[in-house]
Design a protein around this ligand. Structure first.
Ligand code: ATP
Ligand code: ZN
Length: 308
């Protein structure tokens, strides 16, 4: 199929995808993910872990999944909410910060547990700003004016928001602003610019979003089920242990399993093997309690998927 489209850059891409979807009479589902950047690798990984097979994602704008009716669009993260809102893509994977900032009307389908970060206000180490009210009348540089404005409004504070698109952290040093509002992960960038974190504005992680009209589409439901089974498997471990029948009840009380633990007799009389699933979050506490309850030879294995 040959497309002839006369326009430029972002608009060009949007029109290209629009023309593509008009000609795509089979109405294959489309998911937009970041082309390159912090969310790209994990977005690709989660789709591959769902059993989807696709290639050439580095070099193309669109890639077809060979074993599921889905096409993947590779875009700048900032454009993803709008593409999903406008129905050019049916689904998207993007940070909550970008969704809030773009004010896109989309359905949040599933938090994905990666791309976690916090948007913070930071001030210079020597700053006289000590409490939130001290930000009244002060200039704050940010790439997230909408989120910052919402936050300040909710606290009844009026500041002068200066929107800049990058390198926000150099603002105070250049005398451009009294404070900044930016994504902070380790704090290293703040430190090297003589800044210190001052207030948390928003926590964010990557989420799967959907166009408001597509959410109950059967293929979306199938994909969502696969994504949830991958996420659930990731946050759990498969455990096999041996225990004497005398201690079995104590051990079983500690192991909920998906339904309940599997208990299998061992060749040695009065001993059984217990198979179960435990949550990653309280893994070490659980293992120590199991040992104290009489569990021996504990094997722990990763789980690929949990389908409930
Ligand atoms: P693009 O070229 O797609 O516009 P970008 O440079 O705007 O990319 P990235 O730096 O790749 O964006 O960040 C993408 C998203 O990753 C952010 O919007 C945020 O949700 C998340 N993220 C997680 N940790 C961080 C971090 N330490 N700094 C910035 N973003 C982070
Ligand atoms: Zn971006």
């Amino acid at each position: 199929m040959i497309y002839v489209v006369f326009c430029t850059s972002k608009l060009f891409l949007k029109n290209l995808f629009l023309v593509h979807s008009i000609f795509n009479t089979l109405k294959t589902l489309k998911i937009a993910i970041q082309k390159s950047g912090r969310l790209n690798e994990k977005s690709v990984e989660i789709l591959k872990n769902c059993g989807l097979t696709f290639e050439n994602y580095k070099s193309s704008l669109i890639s077809s999944v060979t074993n599921f009716p889905l096409e993947i669009l590779f875009l700048r993260d900032d454009d993803i909410p709008e593409y999903v809102q406008d129905g050019i893509a049916d689904l998207g994977i993007v940070g909550e910060n970008v969704i809030t900032e773009t004010k896109a009307k989309v359905t949040h389908l599933q938090k994905l547990g990666f791309g976690k970060c916090t948007l913070k206000i930071a001030v210079q180490n020597s700053s006289s700003i000590e409490k939130l009210e001290d930000l009244n009348g002060k200039a704050i540089a940010t790439s997230y004016p909408v989120i910052l404005e919402n936050f300040l409004q909710s606290k009844g504070i009026k500041s002068d928001i200066r929107t800049i698109s990058g390198s926000v952290e150099i603002g105070p040093g250049l005398g451009l602003s009294d404070a900044i509002c930016d994504i902070v992960s380790t704090g290293g960038t703040l430190k090297s610019n003589g800044l210190k974190p001052f207030a948390d504005v928003m926590s964010s992680e990557a989420v799967l979003i959907g166009n408001e009209a597509i959410a109950d589409h059967p293929e979306v439901a199938e994909l969502l089920q696969r994504i949830r089974s991958v996420l659930s498997a990731k946050s759990n471990k498969y455990v096999v242990l041996n225990v004497s029948k005398d201690n079995l009840q104590k051990v079983v009380n500690l192991l909920p399993g998906v339904k309940s633990p599997t208990v299998v007799p061992l060749f040695e009389p009065n001993w059984v093997a217990v198979h179960s699933v435990i949550a990653e979050a309280d893994f070490w506490d659980k293992i120590n309690s199991l040992k104290a309850a009489g569990a021996e030879g504990i094997l722990v294995m990763p789980i690929e998927k949990i389908i409930t």
